[in-house]
Design a protein around this ligand. Structure first.
Ligand code: SF4
Length: 329
């Protein structure tokens, strides 16, 4: 059952162009629809610049939306204000890419973890008797921080230390603890392992999988790394220039990829068996000047005349597997 439903979402923003500083419109998310089911890890995959982070930011109500709906448990979050918006932001937390810049270097880990509790001290997230956080004693708050540190595999002695005293992997554990401390039900992890060494990436991925089960979480996992996605995701949505071009279970996407862009992404991963000679050509076009027809036609080895003018839509191929390509339509 979907906990999050995105319907016909459009997100545009203005940017200064390099020529004479003229303003241009970036069409970052284009008429995108997507469901995220309760308890799953849905990966959003694609190259940098395909709109993944803008989508995440829009879902978290951090970026204005031009049109469309974002429904959380059936409620349109784009209409939420004041305390209702605060409750939504508590329920949906983000973990960012860079654990070196996302933690305040001047604060101890204890203070970093206390801060979200202070900001949300009017919410009743830690007690069944609806006690607000400000009614908790200092010791109770300390216990909450200890528990969340232990949940991410860190000792309570971390509370007195500063971010620079930890490795990259430990800092990402602290960032995850900061997201967990508000008892969210949904986490958006935006490239959470791409700044880490490969040996550490596996530890953070395993931690997220374990936390999903232990805390009954739903996770949207954003990444450009298909190897990482294969290990963590239940389902995968492939995004290109602000649109979903293919979606399916992890097995469907990795064993039976249908869209030429998905196949090209997989072909670019050295460890995968090559299924065809479909190589990704050139760079992703600018989202300020989107191609007509199929947005992938400028790079597609299978491009036909109609691909340049007509737009393919997502079509069901198998149960749970959809792709937007005229080769399948
Ligand atoms: Fe390639 Fe055409 Fe399919 Fe687009 S619709 S991915 S251009 S074959």
């Amino acid at each position: 059952m979907p906990v999050l439903e995105i319907k016909n979402l459009n997100v545009e923003y203005k940017t200064k162009g390099s020529v004479f500083g003229k303003e241009k419109i970036v069409k970052a998310v284009n008429n995108l629809s997507l469901d995220v089911n309760q308890g799953e890890i849905l990966a959003i995959a694609g190259e940098s610049g395909c709109g993944k982070s803008t989508l995440a930011s829009a879902i978290a109500c951090l970026t204005p939306v031009n049109s469309g709906e974002i429904l959380f448990h059936g409620i349109n979050v784009l209409e939420l204000k004041n305390k209702k918006l605060k409750v939504y932001r508590q329920a949906l937390q983000m973990v960012f890419q860079n654990p070196y810049s996302s933690l305040n270097p001047k604060m101890t880990i204890g203070d970093i973890l206390k801060e979200p509790l202070k900001i949300n001290n009017d919410l009743c997230i830690y007690s069944e008797d609806y006690r607000a956080l400000y009614e908790f004693s200092k010791n109770e708050i300390e216990d909450i921080i200890t528990q969340v540190l232990e949940a991410v595999g860190l000792d309570k002695s971390a509370k007195k230390l500063y971010p620079h005293e930890f490795s990259g992997g430990q800092r990402q554990r602290i960032a995850i603890a900061r997201a967990l401390i508000l008892k969210p039900e949904f986490i958006i992890a935006d490239e959470p392992v791409s700044a880490l060494d490969v040996s550490i990436q596996a530890q953070i991925i395993n931690l997220l999988i374990q936390l999903k089960t232990n805390f009954n979480l739903t996770i949207m996992f954003i990444s450009h790394d298909m190897n990482v996605i294969r290990h963590i995701a239940d389902r995968v949505a492939i995004m290109y220039l602000g649109e979903i071009v293919e979606i399916g279970s992890t097995e469907q996407i990795f064993k039976y990829p249908q869209h030429p862009y998905t196949r090209a992404l997989l072909n670019a991963v050295p460890s995968f068996e090559k299924k065809d000679i479909n190589i990704l050509k050139g760079d992703i076009p600018s989202p300020t000047n989107l191609p007509t027809g199929c947005k992938f036609h400028t790079r597609c080895s299978y491009c036909m005349e109609k691909c340049k003018t007509d737009k393919p839509v997502l079509k069901k191929l198998y149960e749970g597997h959809e792709a937007a390509c005229f080769l399948n339509n």
